[in-house]
Design a protein around this ligand. Structure first.
Ligand SMILES: Nc1ncnc2c1ncn2[C@@H]1O[C@H](COP(=O)(O)OP(=O)(O)OP(=O)(O)O)[C@@H](O)[C@H]1O
Ligand SMILES: O=P(O)(O)OC[C@H]1O[C@H](OP(=O)(O)OP(=O)(O)O)[C@H](O)[C@@H]1O
Ligand SMILES: [Mg+2]
Length: 282
């Protein structure tokens, strides 16, 4: 049975669970459940602190897990664990911030104190860039640390930037890391069932990213229309009863749907229909 770790609470918990539901797996109904078995898919789910998930996978106790890239890097398990699939959800940036007007570049951090909950990640960055600052490890709410006098700047997760702003701070310097939820696995072991899991999650990613476009177009314009909607392999072109026209069907990127529809219409395509993809295997 494949043993999978999922975040038990926090920013990644619901979105990870939803993704597994969309991939056809059983998920817990009650947030207090810590373990559930999905007998039909031969998978056991363990709901754990997102910060601990890379540790369980790295030590070989669990086969795979979902957590944030930032938390994975901070767990310092690099040799044992690898990213199998980025999931495009739970996106954030790991950034420096300080009270408005105090810092404008990372070089100015030399000799200063930086508060963070991600001390390993920050240490690596400081070593790589040769900045000689001291790291103050805090458990959370690091935005308060400068006002309270324990640090001069912070390094923290930023999503909307609202928390930083509300604390009278601003970000400065380049992001230390671009993070998102990732599927982690062990470097030395590929358990049975893993390939199917990856294929299912990839199917969810594609189903979320693409829509199905159907339209009718005159035969002489079909080449031009197909160039606008090349699909993944090639669009399906079917004859219509009226032999001057044909029907075309292709997957297109959700974000480009309306632009493509406008261009198709200009070209003379009609009955342009968009439908949602619920699931797929590519
Ligand atoms: N708006 C957000 N706030 C916090 N974390 C976010 C946000 N968006 C994405 N994330 C990601 O969620 C993960 C942190 O999750 P979570 O907040 O559950 O952990 P935690 O801070 O260790 O736990 P807690 O806040 O419950 O003590 C990180 O990978 C982070 O990049
Ligand atoms: O840019 P924003 O959208 O405002 O989100 C980022 C904030 O969310 C996280 O805090 P969390 O709620 O996890 O609390 P914590 O700092 O105590 O972990 C993070 O540490 C920031 O404070
Ligand atoms: Mg948090």
């Amino acid at each position: 049975m494949l043993r999978v770790a999922l975040p038990n609470k926090g920013a990644l918990s619901d979105i990870a669970s939803t993704m597994f539901k969309e991939a056809g797996y059983l998920q817990r109904r009650d947030n207090r459940e810590l373990v559930i078995i999905d007998p039909d898919n031969n998978v056991e789910f363990f709901y754990l602190r997102p910060r601990d998930i890379a540790v369980y996978v790295g030590r070989g106790i669990l086969d795979v897990g979902i957590t944030g890239r930032d938390l994975y890097r901070d767990a310092d398990v690099d040799d044992a664990v690898e990213e199998l699939l980025p999931l495009g959800i739970g996106k954030s940036a790991f950034r420096f911030a300080a009270p408005v007007g105090t810092f404008s570049s990372v070089d100015e951090l030399d000799g200063k104190r930086i508060a963070t909950s991600y001390d390993v990640l920050l240490d690596h960055y400081l070593k790589e860039t040769g900045i000689n600052a001291s790291v103050v490890r805090l458990d959370g709410a690091v935005e308060s640390s400068v006002r309270l006098g324990v640090a001069d700047a912070i390094a923290d997760v930023v999503e909307t930037g609202n928390t930083i702003k509300a604390a009278g701070m601003e970000i400065f310097g380049p992001p230390l890391l671009a993070s998102e939820a990732v599927l982690l696995g062990r470097t030395d072991h590929k358990p049975s069932g893993l390939e199917v899991l990856i294929r299912r999650l990839s199917g969810v990613l594609v189903a979320r990213q693409y829509v199905m476009l159907d339209y009718d177009v005159r035969v002489e314009q079909v080449e031009q229309a197909a160039a606008l909607t090349p699909g993944l392999e090639s669009p399906t072109v079917s004859p219509l009863q009226d032999s001057d026209w044909c029907a075309v069907r292709a997957m297109v990127q959700k974000s480009q749907t309306n632009n493509i529809m406008d261009e198709l219409y200009e070209l003379g395509a009609r009955a342009i229909l968009v439908s949602q993809i619920h699931a797929c295997r590519i």
